[in-house]
Design a protein around this ligand. Structure first.
Ligand code: HEC
Ligand code: HEC
Length: 249
């Protein structure tokens, strides 16, 4: 796939500027694939082949993934997601979902990832996934204008019973480390985080099994989503205010 992938991405790179900025290209790039049931996904996860991280690293480099997702999977811009320290099972699932068209936020960025995943075999996806999982959690050097407030930390750690919002940390982990198909969020780039939360909220991102994620975004306000993005972007900072704060009762 290596050769194929390079060819397709070189073709892509010339169109990249327009793909990334133009919504004219944000077409329905594939028939919407059938959503996963939990049983189907469990089967797919069981059949996931053992990934080879060193091969994954080569694919990451030669497949030009690094031009957007950065050396070692730490994104150089706020716009693209970091992939470093991501859960292997989550990365594998989301690559499958881009390939099938199930993950399709109807913008140029999803189209780009749909094209980039076309030549991939499941082995390639497993190799990439394991490679990213082995990289260190991104430690972003961001200084927030306003520190993350207690209400946001409460949302993460305690949720909000009145709106049936389950604490983010109960699924994504106390340190935003994720588990299985629940993604790691620690150190995730801010703009990507906001964009994908908004996509769940307005039902453009629908690849989550049984709306396992989307159900918690419907009632979040824009400013809550922004604050949650700040919280997770700075979670892995060694001297972060957010990481060291507890919930005040
Ligand atoms: C031109 C830039 C670009 C290139 C090249 C690129 N990506 Fe992406 N990728 C993106 C953007 C932007 C997103 C986020 C899309 C969105 O906003 O919904 C993304 C999303 C992803 C995600 C989902 C991340 C998450 O947290 O859900 C994975 C995994 C991924 N890319 C892997 C790859 C791999 C592997 C390659 C190489 C074969 C690659 N990408 C090449 C820009 C790129
Ligand atoms: C019941 C478990 C659960 C809860 C609670 C939950 N999530 Fe999620 N979240 C998930 C799963 C599972 C996914 C992956 C879904 C998919 O495949 O698209 C996800 C995906 C995400 C993503 C996309 C990450 C990426 O790399 O694309 C973000 C951001 C996110 N969650 C933030 C939050 C925040 C913030 C909260 C709290 C308000 C929260 N989640 C609560 C299970 C949960």
């Amino acid at each position: 796939m290596k050769k194929l992938l390079i060819v397709s991405l070189f073709g892509l790179s010339s169109a990249m500027g327009s793909v990334m900025s133009s919504s004219a290209l944000a077409s329905d790039h594939a028939p919407k694939a059938q959503a996963w049931t939990q049983i189907e996904w469990n089967k797919a996860a069981r059949e996931m082949t053992q990934g080879d991280a060193s091969r994954g690293e080569i694919l990451h480099r030669d497949g030009l993934c690094l031009s957007c997702h950065g050396v070692n999977g730490v994104a150089p811009s706020r716009n693209a997601p970091s992939l470093a320290a991501q859960q292997a099972e989550y990365t594998y699932k989301t690559l499958l979902d881009y390939q099938s068209g199930l993950r399709n936020e109807h913008d140029g960025k999803a189209t780009l990832m749909h094209v980039a995943t076309q030549p991939m075999s499941k082995q390639d996806m497993a190799d990439l996934a394991v490679y990213y999982a082995q990289q260190a959690t991104p430690n972003q050097s961001i200084v927030l204008d306003t520190p993350v407030d207690a209400a946001t930390i409460r949302l993460v750690k305690k949720g909000d019973v009145s709106r049936m919002i389950v604490p983010c940390a109960s699924c994504h982990g106390a340190h935003g480390e994720g588990r299985g198909i629940t993604p790691a969020l620690a150190g995730q780039t801010r703009d990507y985080f906001v964009r994908t939360m908004q996509a769940y909220k307005d039902k453009r991102r629908t690849n989550d099994i049984h709306q396992g994620m989307a159900q918690f975004t419907y009632q979040l306000t824009d400013s809550e989503i922004d604050a949650l993005a700040d919280y997770y972007a700075t979670l892995n900072q060694t001297s972060s205010q957010s990481a060291s704060q507890g919930v005040k009762k």
